[in-house]
Write a protein that binds this ligand. Sequence first.
Ligand code: AMP
Length: 114
Amino acid sequence: MAETIFSKIIRKEIPADIVFEDEQVLAFRDINPQGPTHVLVIPKEEIATANDIGEEHELLIGHMVRVATQVAKDEGIAEDGYRLVVNCNPDGGQEVYHIHLHLIGGRKMTWPPG
Ligand code: AMP
């Protein structure tokens, strides 16, 4: 897959407001936040889209979800609630082709999405 801007963030070549990091994942604030809290959780491994998740990624994807829920607790939005979103490909609204989990909260959201 072609490298994206998120690889540069992982390598710290461009700045990001990082809220959590370990060997497997990085979580940082979205540059164009859609709510008072908007954090992206990304794997350090380059996986382009949700369609590219394989059996070998099951633990990693589970870890991403758990990190996102922990960040939600740390941000103080867990009890009121939040949304976890993975956009896939053009119809899903994906712009950056390095898989990422959006954690959005701090405001009441509507359903269905536009
Ligand atoms: P998506 O549309 O699901 O691919 O989401 C990509 C997200 O990455 C968008 O919400 C952008 O605002 C966000 N984004 C793009 N570049 C950066 C950056 N340099 N730092 C933080 N967030 C970014």
